[in-house]
Design a binder for this molecule. Structure first.
Ligand code: NOJ
Length: 498
């Protein structure tokens, strides 16, 4: 007897950044009700699950990754009742719900941190140090030192903004708290968790200098400490204790595929993001190398493919053309494993590079580590020909470009040549093909080295990374653009049945 494939292993998961998805309240920021109204759109798009980035009570110093209450919805995003309605409606439509869990740090507005600063009670839950000089050489990921001082002069550690103090996972209370938080949301019906900064929870107890070591290098005192695996074994047992197939996917940045594989041992997390494509240039050789590394990674982990998310420049802009963006989607949908899409990529949204400085909100911009991530977080265009494009009845929290009229859902829906129609076709086709696709692939050699091609069963996927058209033979199931006369356009792709 064969075991059925668990749903997450080849799911298409759509990342929702709630603040920018759809606003029902009219305050200019997206909310859970806005998302709930748009669920039919997502169901029609053909995705299997939604991953919601944080919507918890938060001052939004880092877009909600600074949580002040892990068991509540921030009023600007709605209420717990809205969340329950959202889950119920999503499930009715066959969409699973994955939520973000942020265990590395809390908000500085979290009662634990306020109490520690005010009264000194519970200081052991964080990393406080009382010394004259900064305790070590660690830098924040967003720029500047990873240490700030409380009003009474104590240092505290924060690997991100000063408003995100790092928790001390050697404290048993921290551990117990998060186990309870997981249960709280599992009881409300979520299907899984995306674990933020999953490799960061434990720090070397002596907090030694990093020195010349890379932040994520093996042996780093900040990330990838072995103690973290015991936590994920415990979380796995909690997930497994609920009926159904609950899953967890870790955000793990590491320099070593072997280290990544440790997180997905059979009794730990189900998946860990493989972010390599986010950083790869548009090149057949680079893509082939990455795909090979990911598929060969030890422990046979279920691969995860990601082209865009709320932390990076949208791939429509990274790759430069719509054709290439379509080809990249065809590539990841044809690979074994699951695909994580980011809201708006189905509309071909570009990165917005020219936001005025006074509109920017990302702490990365303010801490001096570059322009930041606001450009991929601009609210979605739904309808109409000018801002706010049906996103809100108020003023969008980030300004939308004046030329997004042709990119709205409304404008693209009726047009068979649009990006949205293409995404719908590709996702529908993948759904019909997926049960018959073997879990592995065979590379196909093409005369042209700029073409990356592989076979899975009857399906051949060929991507032309070059600029000139190349010829092919076979029945076209899907093409990224006009594939007239048996040619794949430069930057294009085809799915063939051979
Ligand atoms: C990763 C999240 O994706 C990012 O948005 C956030 O700023 C950091 N973790 C810190 O929580």
């Amino acid at each position: 007897m064969t075991t059925p494939t668990p749903w997450w292993r080849d799911a298409v998961v759509y990342e929702v950044y709630p603040r920018s998805f759809s606003d029902a309240s009219g305050d200019g920021e997206g909310d859970l009700e806005g998302l709930r109204h748009r669920l039919p759109y997502l169901s029609e798009l053909g995705v299997d699950a939604l991953w919601l980035t944080p919507f918890y009570t938060s001052p939004l110093a880092d877009g909600g990754y600074d949580v002040a209450d892990y068991r509540d919805v921030d009023p600007r995003f709605g209420t717990l009742a809205d969340f329950d309605d959202l889950v119920a409606d999503a499930h009715r439509l066959g969409l699973r719900i994955i939520i973000d869990i942020v265990p590395n740090h809390t908000s500085s507005a979290h009662p634990w941190f306020s109490e520690a600063v005010r009264t000194g009670r519970g200081r052991g839950r964080y990393h406080f140090r009382d010394c004259a000089d900064v305790p070590n050489d660690w830098q924040s990921n967003f720029g500047g030192p990873a240490w700030s001082r409380t009003p009474d002069g104590s240092w505290y550690l924060h690997l991100y903004t000063p408003e995100q103090p790092d928790l001390n996972w050697h404290d048993p209370e921290v551990r117990a708290e998060f186990e309870d938080v997981l249960r709280f949301w599992l009881d409300r019906g979520v299907d899984g968790f995306r674990i933020d900064v999953a490799a960061g929870l434990f720090k070397h107890p002596d907090l030694p200098d990093l020195g010349a070591l890379g932040t994520h290098a093996p042996g780093s005192p900040m990330y990838g400490r072995p103690e973290v695996h015991e936590i994920y074994r415990q979380w796995r047992s909690i997930l497994d204790s609920y009926p159904g197939e609950h899953m967890a996917v870790g955000e793990v940045w590491t320099e070593s595929p072997e280290a990544l594989a440790l997180y997905v041992r059979p009794d730990e997390l189900h998946q860990a993001f493989q972010f390599h494509l986010l950083l790869a240039p548009w090149s057949a050789r680079a893509f082939r190398e990455i795909i090979g590394t990911c598929l060969d990674s030890p422990n046979g982990q279920a691969p995860t493919w990601v082209l865009s998310n709320h932390d990076v420049i949208r791939h429509r802009s990274r790759y430069g053309t719509e054709e290439r963006s379509r080809a990249a989607l065809m590539l990841i949908l044809a690979l074994p494993g699951s695909a994580y899409l980011y809201q708006g990529e189905e509309l071909g949204l570009p990165e917005v590079f020219d936001l005025p400085d006074e509109a920017r909100q990302d702490p990365i911009f303010f801490q001096g580590k570059g322009m930041g991530r606001d450009g991929c977080r601009v609210p979605l265009p739904w309808s109409g020909t000018q801002a706010p494009y049906g996103f809100t009845s108020g003023k969008p929290w980030l300004p939308q470009p004046a030329d997004w009229g042709p990119l709205t859902v409304e404008a693209q829906e009726g047009d068979p040549a649009s990006m949205l129609s293409f995404y719908r076709r590709a996702l529908a086709l993948r759904r019909t093909l997926r049960a018959a696709l073997p879990p592995t692939l065979e590379w196909q050699e093409w005369p042209d080295p700029g073409v990356l091609a592989f076979r899975r069963g009857d399906l051949v996927c060929a991507v032309n990374f070059g600029d000139e058209p190349v010829e092919f033979q076979g029945d076209v199931l899907l093409a990224s653009g006009p594939s007239a006369e048996g040619r794949i356009a430069g930057g294009g792709a085809v799915w063939l049945r051979t």
